[in-house]
Design a protein around this ligand. Structure first.
Ligand code: BGC
Length: 958
């Protein structure tokens, strides 16, 4: 195993080397060929690419089974949850082939002492004969507000051998009842203190309160929420490391609170709590409201941000004290003069208030906080991973396109902001503007930001000392930072990139022999990091950043390959259901602060089915189905209601958005998705035992399929519209029977050929194109499309210097320059949905059934000169690793199947006899069972463990 770890480190070094090399062969967009300048120097975030988080944990070397990575509701040691039947999961590791869990025992205790003494006073599951390691529902003592729960698990292996107890884990319960809240919503209406005219950007309210602590503190916990955004401090120290709290919801229906343990932040005697608020999504500018002249371009949910906080102190002697937000808090304004997610932040150092967040500060001149009544919606515990700083980036170059205008190139497009280092005289005003691209003259290209001002301003206080400043309540999508007003010429370290995003644990890794594809993969993951930002956004830079449903449904399966997004989407499903329309349709984006052109669009609205289904499928999560079921049924009734003889006749919708081909009929798109929804509903109904619905939705699918073929498909397999997307959708969604399938696939290939072997799909076709080519025996063409570097293709952007996935195939072309600035994001994940195929078919990792309990290992080598691929995927059942290689007529497949799972492994082979595993014929190897050989591929059932298959004479071409 140590060897394995070294191998991993080496392979990471190789990846970094490969990326570096790649930068060296890519030309920057404006013809700049100087590669060193393009090299992103990423610090702190490993080598800039996500890798499975659990690789950081010590790996198991023992032969027997050991449980680790204990999680409760997908989170490690969460504080303040409000799920009263939380679910547990863990991973079992073993170095032994075929090892599996046959039983488990969970202990949950109300104290650390008890759990240490193996006393499960809350719940002792006893020995449960089961191989289940995730989504195990707690059925112990009723959980009430504030309870602390410690837990651990032991397992029995295949031989009945009992493991040690795992390390202990814990969770705490939040405030479950409304009556638990003694705090009041407070705030300070600063909306008339706006210093600017063109935009309405009131200063941030500052709030404070001194309180005293006397007695030995056992524990102190703070529960805190805001309408808008908050930053809380205790005795001048920031509470937690989360940003953009408490997140974005439909605040009319719900608002989340967060829970932090602040025991170590308090001291005997006088203490102080301070908070800064910002308008955030609640009261700030949201999306394109300003651009589209929506009557309320800002303050859509409410006018003034408000804070709700409750600090509960438990003393050693059993007594308690509660400090709450109420009218006794004092309010003022401070140095944050403007703060808005889209517009940016302005900080005036001259308005700093020394000591305001410490006790003893004289706040006599501060006003009393205003009370804000109740929140309109329910208050619930934040259910997911939070937005965090996930990395730092050093700029690679400074240019000065105009006198005194400095442009920092960060070398990587990302979402976040910068930390500024400066020493200046009082009143020196430094302005930072952000952009993804440069114009030919070296100036930043901001046209594509539309109405997002994306400008941060820092005004020096003039202390004579160097100051470090980072805004708190804004973020931008950018690669370039324009700095003006800097005193003198800034050095490279005047600016540091701060990468922000929802802290979804890294889960995937991909590498192959084609450098362009490695860069493409890096671009995909960076785009995901930039857009998994509280909600799955379309883009991080312009005045949009909305949870567009179509983008999410297209990309979600790819997202799962790279990061563990189970908890992230679980939160978003609540947003989706909260903003489901009265008709039953899911909106174009969720949360949905306002209506845009239409209420919903085919293929966007279907995210309400496809996304929960994907989370179920990838993580085996049935609760997601249960939670969403009613809402999904309502949606299906809506879909049925608008169909005529199982066909949707609509001509409305976004269509195959941004396609480069002919138009795919919108009624066809809508009908195809209707069928797909029915199919997925039948499968989900089966998963939760709703038999009648399995039949009902199964029949619905059959009926739509029949009607679809009748209406849209000719006897030669021609589909109305005759676009690549028409065929990709119909084939992927299983709407054609065998004979028509073959014909349709043939036609798709013809279309590709007619298009000089280039894709022409928009958002909707792109995800399905390569999978259907592979399913219909055209993997070679899939590779050809994937490795293309001529326009339009994935590779075109890569060889033209991209570091993220672009919104449009022609976002930038050598001939035409930038596409229409009105809609031209350089960080849009939809076209990155090819990642799904890269994992499932190119590397060959997929799930058979739900939750990667049965794994499919099916590498599909197929040409375009690719001689090897490596991938890993940290599934809910453990880490799957794989590497295949072609050397002459030898095909090698190394694979790790996690303990307690099995895999069906496909090895290209002439005959069974031509395949070895280790030193023996594969079918005879320990843990391997030969099943069959079909069309040049030997198929094995494989138990958990590490394997090396070698197939000689297999007809595999690079
Ligand atoms: C967004 C898209 C979205 C689309 C709807 C755009 O402005 O950026 O990604 O799906 O609108 O067509």
């Amino acid at each position: 195993m140590a060897k394995k770890l070294t191998k991993r480190i080496v392979s990471w070094a190789t990846v970094f080397f490969v990326i570096t090399l790649l930068f060296c062969i890519c030309n920057a967009i404006n013809g700049c060929a100087d590669i060193e300048e393009q090299k992103a120097k990423v610090i702190e975030y490993r080598d800039g690419r996500p890798r499975p988080a659990r690789l950081d944990l010590p790996l198991q070397v023992s032969e027997s089974l050991t449980p680790r990575y204990l999680r409760c509701e997908y989170l490690v040691n969460p504080l303040g949850i409000d799920v009263v039947r939380p679910r547990f999961s863990w991973i079992v590791d073993s170095g032994q082939r075929g090892q599996k869990q046959t039983a488990y025992r969970i202990l949950v205790s109300g104290s650390e002492e008890k759990v240490n003494a193996d006393i499960g006073d809350f719940w002792d599951s006893g020995k449960v004969v089961s191989d289940q390691t995730n989504h195990i529902v707690y059925i112990g003592k009723q959980l009430n507000s504030r309870m602390r729960c410690y837990w651990k698990v032991k397992v029995w292996d295949k031989d009945g051998k009992e493991s040690q107890w795992s390390d202990k884990a814990y969770w705490t319960m939040g405030l479950l009842a409304n009556e638990d809240w003694k705090a009041k919503w407070i705030g300070y209406d600063t909306s008339s203190l706006n210093e600017h005219t063109e935009l309405h950007l009131p200063p941030s309210p500052y709030l404070r309160k001194d309180f005293s602590v006397s007695g030995k503190i056992k524990r102190a916990t703070v529960y805190v929420s805001a309408l808008g955004l908050f930053e809380l401090s205790i005795n001048g120290q920031r509470v937690g490391s989360d940003w953009f709290t408490p997140g974005w919801t439909n605040y009319n229906k719900r608002v989340y609170y967060l829970t932090y343990d602040v025991t170590d932040m308090l001291k005997q005697g006088s203490n102080s709590a301070g908070a800064i608020l910002s308008n955030g999504w609640y009261a700030g500018y949201v999306g394109f409201a300003l651009l589209t002249n929506y009557p309320k371009p800002r303050a859509i949910y409410g006018q003034v941000p408000a804070l709700l906080g409750q600090l509960e102190i438990e003393y050693e002697d059993g007594s308690r004290e509660v400090v709450v937000t109420d009218e006794n808090w004092k309010v003022s304004t401070g140095p944050i003069r403007e703060s808005d997610i889209l517009m940016g932040e302005t900080y005036d150092g001259r308005k700093e208030i020394d000591g305001w967040e410490r006790s003893g500060f004289n706040d006599k001149r501060w006003l009393s906080a205003a009370l804000f009544g109740k929140a309109k919606g329910v208050i619930e515990a934040y259910p997911s991973v939070r937005v965090k700083t996930t990395g730092e980036i050093r700029p690679v170059e400074i240019t000065e396109p105009n006198k005194g205008v400095y442009v920092f190139n960060m070398g990587q497009n990302f979402a976040g902001r910068v930390r500024l280092k400066v020493k200046g005289d009082a009143g020196t005003k430094i302005r930072l503007r952000f952009a993804e691209m440069l114009h030919k003259d070296g100036n930043i290209m901001t046209e594509n930001l539309r109405k997002a001002r994306a400008t941060d301003t820092y005004i020096c206080r003039g202390t004579g000392k160097e100051k470090i400043w980072e805004p708190k309540f804004t973020y931008h999508g950018f690669q370039y930072v324009e700095v003006t007003g800097y005193p003198g010429r800034p050095s490279l370290d005047a600016v540091t990139g701060i990468v922000l995003g929802s802290d979804t644990p890294a889960a995937g890794y991909f590498e192959c022999s084609n450098d362009m594809l490695n860069k493409l993969y890096s671009n995909i993951t960076w785009t995901q990091r930039a857009n998994f930002f509280e909600v799955p956004t379309d883009c991080p830079q312009r005045d949009e950043r909305m949870g567009w449903t179509g983008d999410a449904q297209i990309y979600i399966r790819s997202a799962t390959c790279n990061m563990d997004v189970a908890s992230f989407f679980t939160k978003w499903f609540v947003d989706l259901a909260d903003d489901q329309l009265a008709s039953g349709a899911y909106p174009d984006y969720a949360p949905r602060p306002y209506r845009h052109k239409r209420d919903y669009s085919p293929a966007w609205t279907d995210a309400g089915i496809i996304c929960p289904y994907t989370i179920y499928k990838v993580y085996g999560d049935k609760r997601v189905i249960e939670n969403q079921y009613e809402s999904m049924q309502k949606f299906m009734d809506f879909q049925t209601g608008r169909s005529v003889d199982f066909i949707h006749t609509t001509t409305d919708g976004w269509g195959d958005w941004l396609s480069f081909g002919g138009e795919t009929p919108k009624d066809l798109i809508s009908t195809v998705y209707f069928a797909y929804d029915a199919k997925l509903m039948a499968e989900m109904a089966a998963a939760i035992g709703k038999k009648a619905d399995v039949r009902r939705y199964g029949e619905l699918f059959d009926n739509i399929k029949e009607a679809f073929v009748k209406k849209y498909v000719s006897s030669e397999g021609r589909i109305e519209g005759d676009t690549q997307t028409c065929y990709a959708l119909a084939l992927y969604m299983d709407l054609l029977d065998e004979n028509l399938r073959a014909e349709a696939a043939k036609r798709l290939v013809e279309l590709l050929k007619e298009n000089n072997w280039h894709l022409a799909t928009g958002f909707l076709g792109v995800k399905h194109l390569l999978p259907v080519l592979t399913e219909t025996g055209h993997t070679d063409i899939a590779y050809r499309l994937l490795t293309n570097t001529t326009f339009p293709s994935w590779g075109y952007s890569v060889v033209n210097g991209s570091t993220t996935i672009w919104e449009r195939w022609n976002s930038y072309t050598i001939d035409e320059g930038f596409a229409s600035p009105g809609m031209n994001s350089f960080s849009h994940y939809a076209f990155g949905s090819v990642c799904q195929w890269m994992f499932a078919s190119m590397a060959g990792i997929d799930t058979d059934g739900a939750g990667f309990k049965r794994i499919i290992i099916r590498p599909q080598p197929g040409g375009s000169g690719i001689s090897y691929a490596k991938a890993s995927y940290d599934s809910i059942n453990g880490l799957i690793e794989l590497g295949w290689q072609i050397e002459g007529d030898k095909f090698t497949l190394e694979v790790t199947i996690p303990a307690n799972t099995t895999a069906i492994v496909y090895v290209p082979a002439l005959s069974e006899g031509a395949v070895t595993e280790g030193d023996v014929q594969a079918g005879r190897a320990e843990g391997v069972k030969f099943l069959r050989i079909v069309e040049g591929v030997a198929v094995y059932k494989v138990e958990s463990g590490n394997y090396k298959f070698v197939s000689r004479g297999a007809q595999v071409t690079k």
